[in-house]
Design a protein around this ligand. Sequence first.
Ligand code: G3H
Ligand code: 13P
Ligand code: ZN
Length: 324
Amino acid sequence: MKAPYHEIGIVNTREMFRKAMEGGYAVPAYNFNNMEQLQAIIVGCVESRSPVILQVSKGARDYANQTLLRYMAMGAVQMAREMDSRIPITLHLDHGDSFELCKSCIQSGFSSVMIDGSHLPYEENIKLTKQVVDYANPYDVSVEGELGVLAGIEDEVSSEVSHYTDPKQVQDFVDRTGVHSLAISIGTSHGAYKFKLKPGEAVPPLRFDILREVEKRLPGFPIVLHGASSVLQKYVAMINAYGGNLQGAAGVPEEQLREAARSAVCKINIDTDGRMVVTAVVRRILAENPGEFDPRKYLGPARKELMEVIKHKNTNVLGSAGRY
Ligand code: G3H
Ligand code: 13P
Ligand code: ZN
């Protein structure tokens, strides 16, 4: 069945993940809500020759309008091609919370959807995930499921505590749902405050033991890491220096993400870092130039900085740079 996404020039994640698994790197999944973020992601990935997953949350759909987002993605593909780039681009629904939402995204041109039933009882998660997979398969749309709960905000689902993924469940879940990739919980969480650290205390390591156990039980199967921003301290400091207040913000160290990317982790989700870069630069420019009121004068430099951070991540953290 011809899926609406075929008209947009985007792809599903199958080939991307196969290559990432083979090459020992992870494909970046960057969230976007506006034009400047999208431009930074596309130009950053074109210039570093990295595949990319453009990620849209339910909140982003409400903010920017689903139809507009579809055409923005279409424009982004055109822009990349005009830059003479063949990088594969996926348009993905992040944290879909219902069958209807996934269906609507597939019909409006998404090539990949996440159905997040991680907060549901196990059997209900299976039932919902399978329903989405059965709908998506004839359109050749990729489906990501989740087992285990991340602490923090998962779009409109929030959780105080995390529950690590139980490796004993993963094979059964994948077999019974037919899902194409699986997000797992190994100690990351969403947002800017991933770890409560006492002064001088280091960030605890991710639960690589769980990841290895999952890999053993699902050999060659693509694993997804959510909540994978590093909360770059340069931008925390800049935000705080220019009137912000982000005390104690901490993220996943880059070396740990690099290690995860070398394993079965094929997709790494990054939203918070992008938000922080933009906020830091906008704060600095407005503080230094109180008379400025042209958004291009502060959003332009913010976009440029975000593009540099994206190139850095692709090159030095995910290892996805130079693959296309
Ligand atoms: O996982 C959550 C993402 O960072 C999306 O956040 O729901 O505020 O757009 P949002
Ligand atoms: P961060 O909050 O760590 O950027 O995670 C984003 C994410 O997982 C989106 O699904
Ligand atoms: Zn997430």
